[in-house]
Design a binder for this molecule. Structure first.
Ligand SMILES: C[S@@+](CC[C@H](N)C(=O)[O-])C[C@H]1O[C@@H](n2cnc3c(N)ncnc32)[C@H](O)[C@@H]1O
Length: 209
């Protein structure tokens, strides 16, 4: 079940410039969430090369303001303060700065060295989110901002009461996007969500029941 909260920002007047619904990353997102075997070493390399190449321009092409809804997700999504948050697919750290104000510890994980090179706010870990070098039940929360969901691995590294924070900075126009219903379906039984919008962004915090 998902509980929808009203947005606390006025709805944006204009649509985002990008429509990611036909972006090649959309199909990869669906497959990562629902067909674990689709994430092969070849695919991991292609995705790494893609993000390594666009990394130098990432901060210019994506306005930092798109992450302004993260504090809203943490607050109204009922995320407990303190603890360890694994930010998987952290990129250049646009969300990291918000997480550091909430959690005691944040580890920024990314498969792309060129993206991570630009992140200096938190400890960095270059790793594949489908195969994290982390102990079972290590994290209090996993944040995925515009990042693929690998359900089995996320559930493995989360503590039993751990949370998943899903954030799409331009909502359904984000190339790496899942609907709230798809999130619940991919994670399987035993989860419920609190969701809302922030300007163009959509967020959903998934709690274990
Ligand atoms: C669309 S970008 C989002 C970056 C950042 N979260 C943001 O919103 O600005 C997706 C990020 O996920 C990373 N990524 C893609 N696949 C990954 C994987 N399997 N494991 C870890 N990071 C991955 C990419 O390198 C890239 O930095």
């Amino acid at each position: 079940m998902i509980t929808y909260l009203p947005a606390t920002t006025a709805p944006p007047v204009e649509l985002p410039e990008m429509d990611g619904s036909s972006h090649p990353m959309r199909a990869v997102t669906q497959e990562a969430a629902f067909q674990a075997k689709s994430w092969t070493s070849q695919r991991a390399k292609e995705v790494t090369d893609f993000f390594d190449e666009i990394a130098p321009n990432w901060n210019e092409r994506i306005p930092a303001g798109e992450m302004a809804g993260i504090p809203d997700a943490l607050e109204r999504g009922q995320v407990e303060r303190g603890g360890l948050c694994l930010e998987i697919g952290a990129g250049t750290g646009r969300a990291t700065v918000h997480l550091l104000k909430w959690f005691s510890q944040v580890i920024a994980v990314d498969i792309s060295m060129e993206m991570l090179k630009q992140l200096d706010a938190a400890p960095r870990l270059m790793a594949d989110g489908a195969q994290l070098p982390c102990a079972d039940e290590a994290a209090d929360a996993v944040l995925l901002a515009n990042m693929f969901l690998f359900p089995a691995e996320v559930k493995r590294v989360l503590k039993p009461q751990g949370l998943v924070i899903w954030y799409n900075s331009i909502g359904e126009h984000t190339p790496i996007h899942l609907t709230d219903k798809q999130l619940l379906e991919a994670l399987g039984d035993g989860w419920h969500g609190i969701a809302s919008k922030w300007s163009h962004a959509t967020w959903c915090v998934l709690h274990r029941q």
